[in-house]
Design a protein around this ligand. Structure first.
Ligand code: ATP
Ligand code: MG
Ligand code: MG
Ligand code: MG
Length: 444
């Protein structure tokens, strides 16, 4: 076991005392009678110097045999050294060798294909470690907000029986003598669960066999979804502005040094994020968004869906995230509550700086007659499932939720990797996942 991490010993209290640290060789410089190591662990880096004159022969020989990413434990005295990264240095007395290592195949300037091939090694990269830690913090604090606000965490199914929404983007899997699909969204299950728990959320993987290659689509992503009885779409908008701001604010506080390091790679400055937390977020209707785009000279008409280019242009008009509401019914899912003027009570949250959609949310159609008609109108009743010897509509169970004590309810889905991509100012979504699933790339 390991109890002391590098960040724990970079303290005045340890000055002049013997410390020991387990980790990996991050940098190494062999200077005839001294070997300088920079050692890394999950918490940070520290310099360690091995002086030929002050260690025994075996320790000296060991010190000269390491490769980058070799693993070791060093024991020695902690001193202050202005020239060392972080301002401290360990003067090594003893080395315990775990693995000298072999020449490491990555230097830090590899192309995308090489990185993909060595993904399992590349994930040790310092800036990617920062991204992983920021992801951790965003998730933890988001969850925290919902727990404090009285929501229940639930565990919906991932192997699903009906092609709930988009039949072209489904991954089909064998399910004994039958077939099933990998879940694209937990929403329908969450809708069933609100009758027991009223306010629920889940964090699960969602799978989408997206055909187009973009910088914002993965085939497997982590989906944070919420659903609440008695909530209207305006309530969900409020909840999401508050909870995301909370998550961002806490993450900034907790990950100062990670953001500092990341800044030189992606250009993300904490002060930009602070602005997003401090200012109120925008709410505009789809209709106004179309008008804005037309005024900017975009060839788009009422009824068209936005692509990433339109979303990018739109968000560049604002310095905060924008909730775009009331889309035409035709471009959105069948279960959204219709207002009567051809629009639905929904919203997409578009992240600023060109990032675009990170959330899709809506009030659900909770009136049985209207939902039933819509399922027929959209031809969804053709999806059948076998229950015993009977063939019934795959949406029968979903319609039941409107037959037995239906209530107004609303929810949303946030793509964790989309959120993280924006917060870290990453160009491509593949860098939000340790093992991204992208068409054409090797599956581990
Ligand atoms: P897009 O328009 O970008 O394809 P969508 O409207 O199909 O997204 P939704 O069905 O609304 O996505 O899913 C809810 C959220 O899940 C999205 O707002 C987004 O944050 C995330 N998401 C959807 N598809 C992907 C994907 N392929 N990779 C990563 N995140 C995704
Ligand atoms: Mg999509
Ligand atoms: Mg969309
Ligand atoms: Mg959407």
């Amino acid at each position: 076991m390991k109890t002391l991490f590098i960040k724990d010993i970079l303290k005045e209290d340890f000055l002049g005392k013997e410390v020991s640290i387990k980790g990996w060789v991050y940098r190494m410089r062999d200077m005839k009678d001294k070997v300088f190591f920079v050692i890394r662990d999950s918490s940070g880096i520290i310099q360690a110097v091995v002086k030929k004159e002050s260690v025994d022969q075996k320790t000296w020989e060991d010190a000269t045999k390491f490769q980058i990413e070799g693993s070791l434990e060093v024991k020695g005295i902690l001193r202050k050294d202005e020239r060392a990264p972080g301002g401290y240095e360990i003067e090594v007395k003893e080395i315990k060798v775990y693995d000298y290592g072999k020449p490491f195949p990555l230097k830090g300037d590899e192309d995308v294909d090489t990185i993909q091939k060595y993904r399992h090694l590349w994930i040790r990269t310092r800036w990617f470690t920062d991204v992983l830690k920021i992801k951790h913090s965003l998730i933890v604090h988001l969850r925290d907000w919902f727990i404090k606000d009285g929501w229940y965490e639930v565990t919906p199914a991932i192997l699903v029986g009906n092609a709930a929404e988009n039949t072209t983007e489904l991954f089909e899997v064998k399910y004994f003598e039958d077939k099933a699909y990998l879940s694209q969204s937990a929403q329908l299950y969450l809708e069933a669960l609100i009758f027991a728990l009223e306010k629920v959320y889940s964090l699960t993987p969602s799978f989408r066999a997206e055909l187009s290659r973009t910088k914002r689509h993965l085939h497997e992503y982590w989906h944070f979804e919420i659903e609440a009885a008695w909530y209207h779409v305006e309530d969900i908008i409020k909840v999401m502005e508050e909870s995301l701001k909370y998550s961002i604010e806490k993450t900034i506080e907790e990950r100062k040094s990670e953001f500092e390091e990341l800044k030189s790679i992606t250009g993300r400055d904490i002060s930009e994020l602070k602005q997003f937390v401090e200012k109120p977020w925008k709410v505009i209707t789809y209709k106004d968004a179309i008008k804005k785009l037309q005024d900017l000279g975009v060839n788009i008409k009422y009824g068209d869906d936005f692509g990433s280019d339109e979303e990018r242009l739109l968000t560049e008009q604002f310095d905060v995230p924008v909730f775009v509401t009331h889309y035409p019914r035709e471009v959105k899912a069948f279960y959204m509550y219709e207002v009567g003027d051809g629009t639905v009570k929904n919203f997409d949250l578009l992240a600023p700086e060109g990032y675009g959609e990170i959330i899709g949310g809506s009030e659900r159609e909770w009136r049985y007659d209207i939902l039933h008609k819509k399922i027929e109108e959209w031809g969804l009743d053709k999806f059948k499932v076998k229950v015993g010897n009977e063939e019934i509509s795959a949406y029968e169970w979903y319609e039941d939720l409107r037959r037995y004590g239906s209530v107004p309810h609303s929810g949303m889905g946030l793509g964790i990797e989309r959120f993280l991509r924006w917060i870290c100012k990453l160009d491509h979504i593949r860098d939000t996942q340790p093992f991204p699933r992208l068409r054409g790339s090797w599956l581990y």
